[in-house]
Design a binder for this molecule. Structure first.
Ligand code: PGA
Length: 249
């Protein structure tokens, strides 16, 4: 059915030497039967992808431009450029991009499209803030975020693309959605896809992200609609990341 996936989102951390050392350690001991992906800062992607070409490790980016190819977009990196240096995956719509860079839902949808057009596999992040959570608005927010991706890309885009549910109140805070709460939201996300295509809904992987640690990973990944994790802080230590990968087996 749906193979579990564990992705490390390093955010803006590390150095060239640290990246090499960390990924060497991950590749050496990564378990079989789980898709393992690292998303380092963009400048390290080329070297890491080349170094581990031919292994099962996936290398992805944390973001891409909504614009295709080339152009006057200072600071942007296109999906084509990421693919050119060996990335095969890309995260779009991470809450830090949405909040710190003001990326609106439709831009996230266009980034998803840009990734697909280049052959990258996009992982779109959705999730509610603490205020929205407390106001009982999680479903409404997720429906809106997902709706923008669907409006631009259509349900067929999820033949390839993935979703990560990342409640913003759980990111980097040490607070994790309880396995039961995560399951309920993941099931809701799947039901949103199922409104358009039940088969695609059944096959689409929905990852959980937000303070996943070795101690809570197994319980989260045991939920029927949780297909793995998007890991921030714990992805920066090989032993923690590998323990989380092992929990997904
Ligand atoms: P965290 O980050 O695991 O440090 O909470 C997850 C993420 O932001 O992708």
């Amino acid at each position: 059915m749906r193979k579990k996936l564990v992705a490390g989102n390093w955010k803006m951390h590390g150095s060239r030497a640290m990246a090499r050392e960390l990924v060497d350690a991950i590749v050496k001991d990564m378990p079989e039967g789980v898709d393992v992906l690292v998303c380092p800062p963009a400048v390290y992607i080329g070297e890491l992808a080349a170094r581990h070409a031919g292994t099962a490790l996936g290398v992805g980016a944390q973001d891409c431009s909504e614009h295709a190819g080339q152009g006057a977009y200072t600071g942007d990196v296109s999906a084509q450029m990421l693919a050119d240096v060996g990335a095969t995956w890309v995260i779009v719509g991470h809450s830090e991009r949405r909040q710190l860079h003001g990326e609106p839902d439709d831009m996230v949808g266009r980034k998803f499209a840009a990734a697909l057009a280049t052959g990258l596999t996009p992982i779109v992040c959705v999730g509610e803030t603490r205020e929205e959570h407390e106001a009982g608005r999680a479903h409404e927010v997720i429906e809106r975020q997902l709706g923008a991706v669907l409006a631009i890309n259509g349900i067929e885009a999820f033949h390839k693309g993935l979703i990560a549910y990342e409640p913003i109140w759980a990111i980097g805070t040490g607070l994790t959605a309880s396995p039961d709460k995560a399951q309920k939201i993941h099931s809701f996300i799947r039901s949103q896809l199922a409104k358009e295509d039940a088969n695609i809904a059944r096959l689409t992987r929905v990852l959980y992200g937000g303070s996943v640690k070795p101690a809570n990973a197994a319980e989260l990944f045991a939920q029927p609609d949780v297909d793995g994790g998007l890991i921030g802080g714990a992805a920066l230590a090989a032993s923690d990341f590998l323990a989380i990968c092992a929990a997904a087996r």
